[in-house]
Design a binder for this molecule. Structure first.
Ligand code: NAD
Length: 296
């Protein structure tokens, strides 16, 4: 069934996601503040609106894919009054759990429905329509949005009530950030102990140290030829985005009084790595900072 979708935020992720909705036969009206992105979206079959409010006027579903919670809450102030009553809002941005809940409450107060539906899979997944969506919202709202998300992704998981999608996203990325640092520290220690990277990989990848950061995104060149380490650490998943997600996780850790020492430390290490020139590199490049900071 064709749905009328408004897509707000046509950047690195939103651009290809909107194009995949068009390919699946939906009527997509898009808006972004950057004119060049509107031109590109039009080439992909997206109807271009002159404002965010105009884009949502006739939409059944409004998807937002914006940089941060501040952008989402600010844009909702314009979008909610402009949409027809009962419109389903799906925010796919990665934002604070508290902001996601606030956005949901505002949508409901304005007479609409809402889910949070952040993604993992990056620009590659957005382009290939293989994203994983983590959805927070009621059963009915999930049932309505699931087929639409299916046009942009491969795995759509209903994580619970509003905010649960963002919660799942930041918990997963906290595991990933910590495990990448753990794998990287182990490689640098192994090097100091005279172990080759390949030998450590051969053991750990078949033993209890096995994890995605090691076997798929291996931070040293060689053992996993497809990992960004073999391509000058071109992302992949940029360290700036890992730092952003760990900051969101650290906010939630502190707000909820969780004794997550490693999560907080990982947020500090990635913030420093991003600030000291690593922002645009794949997050696995942190191995080089660990090596550089180790005693000569
Ligand atoms: P991006 O900066 O490329 O795109 C965001 C777009 O939002 C920009 O084009 C910007 O002009 C637009 N925008 C900002 N305010 C707006 C407004 N009021 N109205 C209309 N457009 C507005 O960012 P991205 O990489 O596409 O990421 C989007 C979200 O997805 C972020 O929350 C990010 O954390 C998350 N995410 C990104 C990746 C990734 O690999 N890039 C992976 C998973 C999740």
């Amino acid at each position: 069934m064709s749905t009328s979708v408004a897509f707000i935020g046509l950047g690195n992720m939103g651009g290809p996601m909107a194009a995949n909705l068009v390919k699946a036969g939906h009527k997509v009206t898009g808006f972004d503040l950057v004119p060049a992105l509107l031109t590109h979206a039009a080439e992909q079959g997206v109807h271009v609106a002159q404002s965010a409010a105009e884009a949502v006027k006739e939409a059944d579903v409004v998807i937002t894919m914006l940089p941060s919670g501040r952008h989402v809450l600010n844009s909702y102030a314009e979008l909610l009054p402009a949409a027809a009553p009962g419109t389903l809002f799906a925010d796919c941005s990665t934002i604070d759990v508290a902001d996601a809940r606030a956005a949901h409450d505002k949508a409901v107060e304005a007479g609409h429905r809402s889910v949070d539906a952040p993604v993992s899979g990056g620009v590659v997944g957005a382009t290939a329509a293989t994203l994983t969506f983590m959805v927070g919202g009621s059963d009915d709202d999930f049932a309505q949005v699931e087929p639409l998300l299916g046009a942009m992704g491969r795995r759509i998981v209903h994580c619970g009530q509003p905010g649960a999608g963002q919660a799942a996203k930041i918990c997963n990325n906290m595991i990933l950030g910590i495990s990448m640092i753990a794998v990287s520290e182990a490689f640098v220690l192994g090097e100091r102990l005279g172990l080759t990277n390949q030998a450590l990989f051969d053991v750990a990848s078949a033993a209890s140290g096995q994890c995605w950061a090691l076997t798929t995104n291996c931070p040293v060149p060689g053992p996993v030829p497809t990992s960004p380490a073999n391509n000058d650490y071109r992302p992949g998943f940029a360290a700036a985005l890992m730092s952003k997600d760990l900051t969101l996780a650290a906010n939630a850790v502190e707000a909820n009084g969780v004794a997550a020492d490693l999560g907080l430390r990982a947020a500090e290490l990635y913030a420093r790595f991003a600030a000291e020139g690593g922002a645009d590199k794949d997050f696995s490049a942190i191995v080089n900072a660990i090596r550089a900071e180790s005693a000569a």
